[in-house]
Design a protein around this ligand. Structure first.
Ligand SMILES: Cc1ncc(COP(=O)(O)O)c(C=O)c1O
Length: 413
């Protein structure tokens, strides 16, 4: 079936230009395998909630205490999302489901816990941390006073270095978590360091939040004072953020989210978060997360078997970081070849990367989205073979056929 055969939607009749672009994106995703570790494919029910009429509603404030009338349904939606979030993340005391994104969640948590000009310590971007952990181009590097820690030459967090940076900088907040860290974090050790220097611990589980919810990787809850996350990566919800906090700091967190970091909440996204949390509470979600992890471990093993290097030698979660330094291919080259073959990936710096950020020597891969499509170990092995072929200089057109066949066999949800 081609686009021309589809029944004409309201949007097509109303705005053909935008409709055509969205249709193109639909086709792009259908015909591409997403191996970008921060992406996933949410369910049609999540998508339906996120385009619902409640998008029209202003609901500044919190349930029962809004600055606008007519919020009774918005209140019920937000309370439902909060309740489900607390069921999902066992041991969490309070949930704020309003952050528009992971970055806003971090800004709000840091505003609440460190205050303006407050000292913070997080992982450096080039070591695998996130911009919103105090990078100088992020507002978290402007509003707060950051110092950063890195990783050792194997790509692992060195807790002695974390402690040394904290002792020197005396932060109010220590941040644990990253964007391209494939190993479990020792949250108890981070909490002990935070305690030693009188800091609070913020765990950013933007990446592994789905794995944490399903109990297949360690949870920071009980160790961290506050936990931030995105809802659109492994958690497989709509684009957005969330904060879990201890009861005694929840009030500060709430006022740092609104009015501190943002205005009216996106109630349609909160409704979609509630749907995603409901899905994540089903037994099938745990099975899905176990497969995500198993697929990532298999991907790393297949690439290692074929002679490629993997940062830290493997993975504990959904991320596989390929180190291309031994080859004559840069991260940017590998990304371009993969895209030509229909694999959506991103170049990424590896620890100690000699190349600039727009080139890099690594590829970051993730298995959340292809596992949602139904991939198991057999399909992962075929994708690993494609990646190895591309790195060795095989024609992407040949790989495109394999990718196309897999896309057709495993359609989007
Ligand atoms: C660790 C971490 N924190 C925060 C974020 C920010 O999320 P968002 O893009 O929703 O602002 C990301 C996004 O990739 C992330 O990896």
């Amino acid at each position: 079936m081609t686009t021309a055969d589809l029944p004409m939607s309201l949007l097509h009749r109303h705005d053909a230009e935008v409709a055509a672009l969205l249709q193109r994106e639909d086709e792009r995703q259908s015909a591409t395998l997403t191996l970008i570790a921060s992406e996933n494919h949410c369910s049609p029910a999540v998508r339906e909630a996120s385009v619902s009429r409640i998008t029209d509603k202003y609901a500044e404030g919190y349930p029962g205490k809004r600055y606008y009338g007519g919020c009774e349904v918005a209140d019920a939606v937000e309370n439902l999302a909060r309740r489900r979030a607390l069921q999902l993340f066992a041991g969490a005391e309070e949930a704020n489901v309003q952050p528009h994104s992971g970055t806003t969640a971090n800004l709000a948590a840091l505003l609440a816990l460190a205050g303006a000009n407050g000292r913070i310590v997080g992982m450096a971007l080039k070591a695998g941390g996130h911009l919103s952990h105090g990078h100088d181009k992020s507002h978290t590097g402007v509003v707060f006073h950051p110092k950063q820690y890195g990783v050792d030459d194997k790509g692992l967090i060195d807790l002695d270095e974390v402690r040394a940076v904290c002792k020197e900088h005396q932060p109010k907040v220590l941040i644990a978590g990253g964007s391209s860290y494939a190993r479990n974090l020792d949250y108890a050790a981070f909490a002990a360091i935070a305690k030693e220097v009188g800091a609070l611990l913020l765990a950013d589980i933007a990446h592994p939040s789905g794995l944490v919810a399903a109990g297949v990787v360690p949870s920071p809850i009980g160790h961290a004072d506050v936990v931030t996350m995105t809802t659109h990566k492994t958690l497989r919800g709509p684009r957005g953020g969330m904060i879990l906090a201890r009861k005694d700091i929840a009030k500060q967190i709430n006022s740092a989210v609104f009015p501190g970091a943002q205005g009216g909440p996106l109630v349609q996204q909160i409704a979609a978060k509630a749907v995603a949390f409901g899905e994540a509470l089903q037994p099938a979600f745990r099975q899905y997360q176990l497969r995500v992890k198993e697929n990532a471990a298999h991907l790393a093993a297949c690439l290692l078997d074929a002679g490629l290097d993997i940062v830290t030698g493997g993975t504990d979660n959904h991320i596989v970081m390929v180190d291309l330094r031994k080859t004559d291919v840069t991260g940017a080259d590998a990304e371009a070849r993969a895209l030509a073959a229909g694999l959506s990936v991103n170049k990424n710096a590896v620890p100690g990367d000699p190349r600039p950020p727009m080139v890099t020597s690594g590829l970051r891969l993730g298995t959340a989205a292809v596992t949602t499509r139904g991939f198991g170990k057999a399909e992962i092995a075929r994708i690993a073979a494609v990646i190895v072929g591309l790195v060795r200089g095989e024609d992407p057109a040949k790989s495109r056929l394999v990718v196309r066949e897999l896309c057709e066999r495993f359609p989007l949800p």
